[in-house]
Structure formats: structure tokens, C-alpha cells
Design a protein around this ligand. Structure first.
Ligand code: ZN
Length: 500
């Protein structure tokens, strides 16, 4: 009989094999959004479905189950890192074996077709064209939760993206946050300060790209093991050894490509910072989507929207766009970057209203998955809640319920991760500021080394050793809380709008 360490070695080798298979699916998904001719979508759906089937076969193999059982029986003899690997492997194995391959195939095909249907529906502003796919995806999401014996399907989906979280834990953070944000937004909207009415227009795309490449290189993105391309919806995918991030460009909205690139770069730095020797196992993976989002938000907001960052980069920015920025002084530029205004589109939202966009989606998907909301009534429900939460009524479904890609690919329970990411980011930021007293000076001189080093050693190197809430407690010394985020927002935006 094999020794315990031999069995553990077999387990990790097999997990790495699954990781390589998943990385091929990731590459196909990246290609679908960056390169794929529209007429080839059918073939891609079949390819993705076949890859999902192969991955599922490896993830549910009998041998894998036997190694897991053997290690579980001797768990006390494993060290904490090995226990974390085993815990994650067991969880994934259970997922894989409780889902029949026919279901996995059906789900993969539905998600791929859903994405194409959503693209067409959004372009035509026609919700009815997306409704059948939405219904199918909701049914599949419920079916999956029930195959896994989940008592509450929506909590099951929250836990899929952020291990250990459920409706109650999310509600505990969201309820007070929503109330506090409304107060802050109201005071900003009634502040006596007027944002400058300068519009940023005619920023050549190639110069935008040159500038943001300089920025992400300075942040530490490793171009030897990654690429930056263009897609409709910016994302960061691929594998830690082959990172694929994307952005998009609009000559009349230059700050969008910049903040998107800083955001995706934060995701990429996390992935590139995971311990290479553990890739494929829990120790070489992100904690979950909320912690992932905390990393992207940190570089996008805490860093790239700060006065210190712009102190360092303003001259370069003006050198790229001398005529476009003519007539706008430093303070006005900073105001442009940080202005707070309700916009219908989530991805265009500022830091204050962004979280309210998430509250809107959180309420609706909770009802869709729970069965309280008929998918056919989504546009009406969306618009009503948008008025209540954001004070804005969408003019059509393209700027309402069709704006996001997520539900088209069956990603329910994912939206809360964005807001929880902001929450965790603010908690980390307070910890970092205490640990690096000269952080502001360093950012003001484009010196991101100490910040990156802190994140590498305190966050990235941990992999998925801890579940989301334990991770927050371990790294920040405090429980998951909305208060640091409110302190941060009140400080940055209160001082900008001279309120509070
Ligand atoms: Zn993100």
C-alpha cells in the first residue's frame, strides 16, 4: 500500500492535470471574446462543451476519490497546508461527482448559447430575444443546487464564488452599507460643489493604449507571461503562467480604458503572484472572487484614482494628450477622475454609486433564483428597483437589465463579489497604510515595489489556505465589515465635495 506522502503526491499531480485542462478552456473562452468570427460561434460552443466534458471526467475519476478518502482518513497527520489542499479537493470532487456528465454538457452548451443570445439581444435592445436563455440558465442554476442538496439555492451560488459565504453573511454587510451609501450619496448630490463641465474628447486610441501599457508595466504586470488585448467587456483570464487581460477603448471616454486596465492588472498581479510551485492546488489559487476583486479595486481605485498617483503621472498624461487636456487644470482633472454621478451603466459608475448598482442586481438575482421573480418580469422589476436604489429609470433594456454579461453565462451569485471586493479592499488598505507609513510618497514617485511586496507576501502567497471570512480576519485582524469602506469613501469623496 502506498504511503501517505505518496498518496498526497498522486493527488497533487492529478490536480495539476485538471488545472492544465482548465487552462485550455480558459484560452478558448478568451479567444471567444477577443478573436472569434461570429459565424464560428457554433463550433466554439461544441469545443467548450467537449473540454468541459473532458475536465469533468478527470475531476470525477474513481482514483481521485480513493486518494481523497485515504487522505481524509489520516487527516490529522497532514500539515495545515496539506489539509487546505485536501479540503478544496474534496469540495471540488463532490461538485464533480454529484453532477452527471450529461448535465455538465447541457450547462456548458446553454451558457455558450446564452452568451451569443445576450450579444444579439443587447445590440437590438430586445429583452425577448434573451428571455429563453435566461430562463434556461436560471433552471440550470436551481437544478445544480438541488443536485448538490443545497437547502438554499442562492446561498449555494454565493458559496461557489466566495467559499463560506451565504445570504445571511452577505446581508449583514450589505444592509448597513446600502443605508450608509444612500446618506453619503445624498449629501454629495446636494453639496454646493459643482463638478467642472469639461468633457474629455478625441483621445487617440493608440496613445491611450501606449499610456496604459506604461502604467500596468510600472504596476508590475509581467508581459513575458501575459498579454493585453481588446474585448467588448474587459476581463482577466487565462492562467497564472499565461495571463490574458483585456480592455476597450473609446476616444471620448479615455478614463474608462485606463481604470479598466488598472483594474484587470490588479487581478493579473494576484494571479501572477500566486506561488508557482502550488499552481493547480488550493495553495496556488485565489481565495475566491471577492478577494480577487479586492485586488483589482485596490489598483484601480485606492491607487490609480488617488492624488498621489496623479501627482506622479499627470505630466506624462498631458504629454500624450496636450491639446485634449488644454484648459483643464490639475484640480479639475482630479475632479474628472473622481466625480460622483448616477449613471445607468454599472461599469461606468464611480466608487460611491457602484456599490448601489450591485445592491440592485443582488436583490433581483436573489429573487430570480429563489423563484419570487418571474424572469419575464425582469425588465419591469429592474426599472422599479433602479428608481428606488439609484434614483434613475433606465430608458431601455440595453441600459437596464441587458447591460451585464454575467447571467448570460449562468453566473448567478457573482455580483455580490464585486461589492464585497470593495469592502475587503478597504479593510486591506487600512492595514497596508499602517504597515507602510510612506506609501503615499512611494505612489507619488511611481514606486509600487513596497505595496506589491506587501500584497505578495501577505495576500498572494497564501493562496486559498483560508476561506473568505477567515482570510479577512487573518490578514487584517478584524472581521468582515463595511465600516472601513465607508470611512474611505467619506474621506475621499467627502473632502472632494466638501461634505461630512
Ligand atoms: Zn474585476
Amino acid at each position: 500500500m502506498a504511503t501517505l506522502s505518496e498518496t498526497f503526491e498522486k493527488l497533487t499531480q492529478h490536480l495539476k492535470r485538471i488545472d492544465r485542462l482548465s487552462s485550455i478552456s480558459e484560452l478558448l473562452a478568451w479567444d471567444e471574446q477577443v478573436n472569434l468570427p461570429s459565424g464560428s460561434a457554433g463550433l466554439r460552443a461544441e469545443q467548450a462543451s467537449l473540454m468541459a466534458e473532458l475536465t469533468h471526467k478527470e475531476s470525477s475519476s474513481l482514483a481521485l476519490g480513493q486518494w481523497i478518502d485515504r487522505l481524509k482518513a489520516a487527516e490529522a497527520e497532514l500539515n495545515p497546508a496539506q489539509q487546505a489542499i485536501l479540503r478544496d479537493a474534496r469540495r471540488n470532487y463532490r461538485e464533480a461527482t454529484c453532477l452527471p456528465s450529461a448535465f455538465v454538457r447541457r450547462r456548458s452548451k446553454a451558457h455558450s448559447e446564452g452568451f451569443q443570445a445576450w450579444l444579439r439581444a443587447k445590440e437590438a435592445g430586445d429583452f425577448q430575444a434573451f428571455l429563453p436563455s435566461l430562463k434556461t440558465n436560471i433552471e440550470l442554476a436551481r437544478e445544480q443546487a438541488s443536485l448538490l442538496d443545497a437547502s438554499d439555492p442562492y446561498s449555494y451560488w454565493l458559496d461557489q464564488f466566495d467559499p463560506g459565504l451565504n445570504q445571511a453573511t452577505v446581508e449583514q454587510v450589505f444592509a448597513p452599507l446600502r443605508a450608509d451609501l444612500k446618506v453619503l450619496l445624498n449629501s454629495i448630490q446636494t453639496a454646493p460643489v459643482e463638478a467642472p463641465s469639461f468633457s474629455l474628447k478625441g483621445f487617440p486610441v493608440d496613445r491611450q493604449e501606449a499610456f496604459l501599457r506604461e502604467v500596468v508595466t510600472a504596476f508590475g504586470f509581467d508581459f513575458k507571461r501575459g498579454r493585453l488585448d481588446r474585448s467588448v467587456h474587459p476581463f482577466c483570464g487565462g492562467h497564472p503562467l499565461d495571463l490574458r487581460m483585456t480592455t476597450r477603448f473609446d476616444p471620448d471616454n479615455p478614463l474608462d480604458s485606463l481604470s479598466s486596465a488598472a483594474h484587470e492588472c490588479g487581478h493579473a498581479l494576484y494571479e501572477q503572484g500566486l506561488p508557482k510551485e502550488h499552481l493547480g492546488t488550493a495553495l496556488g489559487q485565489a481565495v475566491g472572487m471577492a478577494v480577487h476583486e479586492s485586488q483589482s479595486r485596490l489598483w484601480e481605485n485606492q491607487v490609480a484614482r488617488s492624488r498621489a498617483f496623479w501627482q506622479a503621472w499627470e505630466m506624462d498624461y498631458r504629454a500624450h494628450f496636450p491639446t485634449q487636456l488644454d484648459g483643464l487644470n490639475s484640480e479639475q482633472l482630479y475632479f474628472q477622475i473622481n466625480r460622483v454621478a448616477v449613471t445607468p451603466i454599472r461599469v461606468d459608475a464611480d466608487e460611491v454609486t457602484y456599490n448601489l448598482h450591485i445592491m440592485l442586481r443582488y436583490e433581483l438575482e436573489k429573487q430570480l433564483i429563489g423563484g419570487a421573480l418571474d424572469p419575464a418580469d425582469l425588465p419591469e422589476a429592474w426599472n422599479a428597483l433602479s428608481i428606488e436604489i439609484l434614483g434613475y429609470e433606465p430608458k431601455n433594456d440595453a441600459e437596464g437589465c441587458l447591460q451585464d454579461v454575467h447571467w448570460s453565462g449562468g453566473a448567478f451569485g457573482y455580483f455580490p463579489s464585486y461589492c464585497l471586493g470593495n469592502v475587503i479592499c478597504a479593510q486591506l488598505w487600512e492595514t497596508i497604510q499602517a504597515a507602510i507609513p510612506r506609501l503615499d510618497h512611494q505612489i507619488a514617485s511611481k514606486n509600487y515595489g513596497p505595496l506589491r511586496h506587501w500584497l505578495r507576501t501577505q495576500v498572494h502567497s497564501l493562496g486559498r489556505q483560508y476561506l473568505t471570512q477567515d482570510f479577512v480576519r487573518k490578514v487584517t485582524g478584524t472581521a468582515l465589515s463595511h465600516e472601513p469602506l465607508m470611512r474611505y469613501l467619506r474621506e475621499r469623496y467627502g473632502s472632494l465635495y466638501r461634505v461630512g
